[in-house]
Design a protein around this ligand. Structure first.
Ligand SMILES: NC(=O)c1ccc[n+]([C@@H]2O[C@H](COP(=O)([O-])OP(=O)(O)OC[C@H]3O[C@@H](n4cnc5c(N)ncnc54)[C@H](OP(=O)(O)O)[C@@H]3O)[C@@H](O)[C@H]2O)c1
Length: 264
C-alpha cells in the first residue's frame, strides 16, 4: 500500500498503458508520486489506473493521442484539476518498427516521426504554460540508444530517436532560463510490444519493463541531463557512437544481414 501526502509531486506520463510506461507508473507510485496517466486506448489505461488506486496512489487518467494537441491540452487540464500542477512530464509514448531497402514502409516511418518526435513536442507544449507560470518543471523525454547512429534494421526508428534527442537538446537552454529542466533517457533493449516481434537470429538479452522502470525512476528523481541504461548498452552503444564513420559502416555491412531473419 502506498501512502501519499497532498503535497506529493504530480507527474504526467504518456504511454502509461503498456510496457516501460506502465511499469514506471507502478515504480513511481511506490516512490510517492501522484500520477496523471495518458494513453490513447481507454481500457488498458483504466486497468493501470485501477491497479494504482488499489495501491493507494492518487491517479487521474486521461485518454489522449499524442498526435492530437487538443486531446493533450484536455488531458493536462483534467490532471491539473484533479491533482494540481504537473511538475514533471515523462514523454514515454512511442512506436517502433523495422524497415530496409526492400520495404521502406513510408507510412510507418511517418507515424514514427508523428509520435516519437512531434508527439513529444506536443506533450511538452501542453505542460509548458503552467511550468513557465510557476518558474519550475522537469521534462523527461524517452529517446533510445538506437538514435545514437543509423541502425541498418531500423533507419526510420533511429532517425526518429536521433531527431528527438537533438530536439530536446535544442530546447534545453531556453527552457532552463524559465526554470524547466530536461532529461533525455536512452534505454537499451526492453521486452515490450516494440521488441517482441523483432525476428532476431539469435536470442538477445533484454531488460524486463520493471527493471527499466527502476532506472527510469532514478532519472526522474535525480534529473541528470542524459541517462543511459543498462550499463551494457551505455558501453556497447557508447562505443558505436564514437567509432569513426568508416569503421561504423564496415561493422554494419557485416552485422546488417546477420542480425535478423528478414531480407536485408
Ligand atoms: N522497448 C525498448 O526496447 C525500447 C528501447 C528504447 C526506447 N524505447 C522507448 O520507450 C518508450 C516506451 O516504449 P515501450 O517499449 O514501452 O513500448 P509499448 O509497450 O508499445 O508502450 C508504448 C505505449 O505508448 C502508447 N502510444 C503509442 N502511440 C501513442 C499515441 N499516438 N498517443 C498516445 N499513446 C501512444 C502505446 O499505446 P498502444 O499500445 O495503443 O500502441 C503504448 O501504451 C517509447 O518511446 C520507445 O521508443 C523502448
Amino acid at each position: 500500500m502506498t501512502f501519499q501526502s497532498k503535497n506529493a509531486p504530480v507527474l504526467m506520463l504518456t504511454g502509461a498503458a503498456h510496457g516501460i510506461g506502465r511499469a514506471t507508473t507502478h515504480a513511481l507510485a511506490d516512490h510517492g508520486f501522484r500520477l496523471g496517466l495518458v494513453d490513447r486506448a481507454r481500457e488498458p489505461l483504466e486497468q493501470v489506473a485501477e491497479q494504482l488506486r488499489a495501491k493507494g496512489c492518487s491517479v487521474v487518467s486521461a485518454v489522449a493521442d499524442v498526435k492530437d494537441s487538443e486531446s493533450l491540452h484536455r488531458a493536462v487540464a483534467a490532471i491539473e484539476s484533479g491533482l494540481g500542477p504537473v511538475e514533471t512530464l515523462v514523454a514515454c509514448a512511442g512506436v517502433g518498427g523495422l524497415s530496409s531497402a526492400t520495404n521502406l514502409d513510408i507510412p510507418a516511418f511517418r507515424d514514427m516521426l508523428e509520435i516519437n518526435v512531434l508527439g513529444v513536442a506536443r506533450s511538452i507544449e501542453a505542460v509548458l504554460p503552467g511550468m513557465f507560470a510557476r518558474g519550475s518543471g522537469h521534462i523527461v523525454g524517452i529517446s533510445s540508444v538506437a538514435g545514437y547512429r543509423g541502425l541498418p534494421w531500423m533507419p526510420g526508428y533511429s532517425a526518429s530517436k536521433a531527431a528527438l534527442t537533438t530536439y530536446l537538446e535544442g530546447l534545453r537552454p531556453s527552457l532552463k532560463r524559465r526554470g524547466v529542466s530536461i532529461t533525455t533517457v536512452y534505454p537499451g533493449f526492453v521486452r515490450t510490444a516494440i521488441t517482441q516481434d523483432t525476428p532476431f537470429r539469435k536470442p538477445v538479452k533484454m531488460l524486463e519493463p520493471d527493471q527499466a522502470a527502476k532506472s527510469l525512476v532514478r532519472a526522474i528523481v535525480r534529473k541528470p541531463r542524459d541517462f543511459v541504461f543498462p550499463f551494457s548498452a551505455a558501453v556497447g552503444m557508447g562505443f558505436l557512437k564514437k567509432v569513426p564513420n568508416r569503421m561504423f559502416d564496415w561493422m554494419m555491412d557485416r552485422a546488417g544481414p546477420q542480425a535478423l531473419t528478414t531480407e536485408f
